[in-house]
Design a protein around this ligand. Sequence first.
Ligand code: ADP
Ligand code: MG
Length: 584
Amino acid sequence: MTRLHNRPEDFADEMIEGFVAANRRYVRHVPGGVVRSTRSPEGQVAVVIGGGSGHYPAFGGLVGQGLAHGAAMGNLFASPATGQVRSVATAAQNGGGVLLTYGNYAGDVLNFDAAQEELRAAGIPCETVTVTDDISSAPAVEKHRRRGIAGDLTVFKAAAAAAEAGYDLPEVVRVARHANERTRSFGVAFTGCTLPGADAPLFTVPEGRMAVGLGIHGEPGIDETDVPTADGLAELLVGSLLAELPDGVAEARGARVVPILNGLGALKYEEMFVVYRRIAGLLEEAGIEIVDPHVGEYCTSFDMAGTSLTLFWLDDELERLWNAPADTPAYRKGSVVAAELDEIAEATDAAADAIPEGSAESRRAAATAVEAIAAIAAVVDANVDELGHLDAIAGDGDHGIGMQRGAHAALAAARDTADAGAGAGTVFARAADAWSYRAGGTSGALWGVVLRSVGEALGDEHAPTRDAVAAGVRSAANGVVAYGKAQLGDKTMVDALLPFAESLEREIAGGARLAGAWSTADSTAATAAAATADLLPRMGRARPHAEKSLGTPDPGAHSFALIVHAVGEVLVGSTDEGKEHEHA
Ligand code: ADP
Ligand code: MG
């Protein structure tokens, strides 16, 4: 239960404001997150971390000397948008290039990868290492597919200490990869978590039961058992982790290991100490030399009651980097030589740049665009719980709230932009930015691509022709495929979007009017979305729990079908139908 909030949709922003106000010695606010408020040496590699909010101290709490240079902070449990990552990395860099490092989740990968491309295009060398410590999320042979949980800390710490020691970008990357290879975690949960304003937990664990291998956003676990004793839990955690030694560690006996017992938010430190007592005993019995153990909260999951154990298998270099001093809001070690405060004025979110005026025809189309986006927001509102439930079956349950945040932000931006005299192209472009910024996550980024593509096709000059609309939808489909790399049959929104685009093109090429063509395409999308129930997901957060989703349609494909249907109703009622015909 989250008891204290104002408007729930403002929660993440207000949390960041308060966090910065309380920690100016360490951090300053930049659009998209925070960077160190202290000056870093010229040429030092910048380590930029990030992810959704709701995991404090991950990620903003780990920014400061000896640890991260910046953190992109997304909305609650939602990846930061591409623009946010780019903005934070640009503010954090010191001329030595940027390492992006974060937990391996589909939405984060999508947005951080896109930001990496944009940074490189801007002349900033940039590399990425994703953290994949959670052994329950994929088998060892597929380690690259595993998600990142509390093991983030060891990778961030080693990479940042290397940067601080003057390593260049390829060397920092090497260290980060090596630290990730030598970090393994395993977790359990006893209750779900409830996001601010929500009246039900995101997921639940039955009373007296324990979800084994549950993800930090409620992604389903691999097993469920009765809650064991504290000693029993220690045995499960240690046993699971010792069953998979990292490459390069021949045997547990004699190895030097940092154990991190991480609380997920609602577990008491005292309970964790009781568990740790037995963990330490078991590690010693296995002949492991325990180094610098950590018991506390390093990556939480809102108010979830649960815990994970991370083992970080040291070698000389990693041990030296781990022991280097650090001073951040939530993580301190040794004593750093305090750096000077940077005198840069606090930046708030990007100043709005001027809105180009649209032609009279395009301004009329902009009014229809606003209506269409209002219809999208309304249909998402009406189905928000169902979308969340569909996503909770094999994903993380945030599809409804993510789409809702995105659609409403897009609507507000579209209204403001249209009121300022913009044409349809600019209205869609601003709506696209607002959607991807506010929604975060995979679907937020992809709906940003969709709206942006449609806006580019329509432009601000002419009344939209049906050919321009079909071309916009086609380019949206191509853009989503290029960005998300999913193919037909992977059980994503692509399975509804591609058939929709093809059907719309076919109908229009055959001479149909826009509203009629759209309605045929809309039926095609509905059928295709329903048919995703028979598919196994191969992309996104749902992938580790593929078989659980058989029989349920993909949430993103389903919301796509709902949305195009709602937009179709606006097109039927739109007075542009006659004009669109003249121009076609
Ligand atoms: P997240 O996966 O970040 O939690 P959402 O829950 O909002 O984001 O959206 C999940 C939906 O996103 C999935 O149901 C799927 O339709 C879509 N999706 C996930 N990955 C991809 C991808 N690579 N390409 C296209 N669509 C994707
Ligand atoms: Mg989701």
